[in-house]
Write a protein that binds this ligand. Structure first.
Ligand code: ATP
Length: 352
């Protein structure tokens, strides 16, 4: 059986030939704890995460609050320096945080934030926001070119006619319209990769699907590689080609979205799926209730970080960190239950 040291990797099992645009290799981030009592301590927010974003694909990064999803996105966007590990853009290692090379990186890799209220400055009109993005990323555009591109950006995010929106301030727009402006601003750079950190979670439920559909359409039109960060594993099935599940800073499962969301292999993914608000699954969730809380990342549990909450934990799980193991359907799971010779316990229902 093929085994790999460390947690589940997304890279090993990608079946398609689409070129890799952005990649994380063993990406790790520890935040030092400040203050006298924190001396020598660190929040181990992201631990050896591998992730592959391919052209024309959406990868969902799913996990509960505090599992390290946003930190991964910020590391990929070069907003934080990594403690260790690498980010590679089209195979080239990247380590830039300032100056011209940083701007060149941002032209390729753009981020969309969760809160369209906070990410747009209230004193600037849509025209200002989009013009600024175009000017920063594409110097020397003539006035006419700028106007054409501005109208094009609004058209791309379905805010039409452009004249209706161009001179509006953020407070004159709905949450969904604001998020569309944030997306248009990102597109102004003509990126190849979008990192979308919970792009719809602050929007009304009724308009979330419209924004996700827009991102899906843009992915197809522009061949974008998209990282979609979410708490909502159900939306990953709908929106993402592949799904990567994080728990307490580590990747625990990855594979194509249909298998990961419909036939989860890792006990944590099973817990996430069973506690998603799906009326058909409520009975099952009650039978296997979530035990405990996510652990402290300053002193994470030894062995598998999920073992204190895992209904199937074995002795080995308390001491040995599980490697990435094939778990059927092309998925990999960082779980000892998938090691050779281990009998699957009753209740771990994974279709072969
Ligand atoms: N700048 C920082 N300094 C110290 N600790 C941080 C910092 N940013 C994040 N953390 C910690 O790192 C861990 C992971 O946080 P992160 O925001 O990446 O998780 P998340 O999965 O995105 O959660 P959420 O969905 O709530 O945003 C948390 O314990 C958080 O408190």
């Amino acid at each position: 059986m093929a085994q790999r040291e460390g947690p589940a990797t997304d890279a090993a099992t990608t079946p398609t030939e689409d070129p890799i645009m952005l990649e994380a290799r063993a990406l790790t981030k520890h935040f030092p704890v400040r203050g006298l009592r924190g001396r020598g301590k660190a929040v181990r927010a992201v631990e050896s995460v591998d992730l592959t974003l391919r052209r024309g694909q959406v990868v969902a990064l799913v996990g509960e609050s505090g599992s390290g999803k946003s930190t991964v996105a910020r590391l990929l966007a070069q907003l934080y320096p990594a403690t260790s590990g690498q980010v590679l853009l089209r195979g080239e290692p990247v380590k830039v945080r300032f100056g011209r090379r940083f701007r060149a990186y941002c032209r390729q890799v753009q981020m969309i934030f969760q809160d369209p209220f906070a990410s747009l400055n209230p004193i600037h009109t849509v025209r200002y926001v989009l013009t600024r993005s175009l000017r920063i990323h594409h110097r020397g555009l003539s006035k006419e070119e700028l106007e054409t591109r501005l109208a094009g950006l609004l058209e791309q995010v379905h805010l039409r006619p452009a004249e209706r929106y161009i001179d509006k301030f953020p407070h004159e727009l709905s949450g969904g319209q604001r998020q569309r402006i944030a997306i248009a601003r990102a597109l102004g750079a003509r990126p190849t990769v979008l990192l979308a950190d919970e792009p719809v979670s602050m929007l009304d439920v009724s308009i979330r699907l419209g924004v996700l559909n827009l991102l899906k359409e843009l992915k197809e039109e522009l061949d974008l590689a998209i990282l979609y960060i979410t708490h909502d594993i159900a939306s990953a099935r709908y929106f993402a080609d592949r799904t990567v599940v994080m728990y307490a800073g580590e990747v625990v499962e990855s594979g194509d979205s249909e298998s990961v969301t419909q036939n989860p292999a890792h006990p944590y993914t099973q817990l996430l799926v069973s506690s998603a608000p799906d009326p058909d699954k409520l009975a099952d969730a009650a039978e296997r209730p979530a035990r405990g809380e996510p652990p402290s990342l300053i002193k994470p549990p030894s062995g598998c970080r999920f073992h204190p909450r895992c209904p199937f934990a074995m002795d080995r799980c308390k001491t040995e960190s599980p490697p990435s193991l094939p778990a059927g359907d092309g998925r990999v799971a960082a779980c000892w239950l998938y090691a050779e010779g281990v009998e699957k316990p009753a209740g771990l229902e994974v279709k072969a």
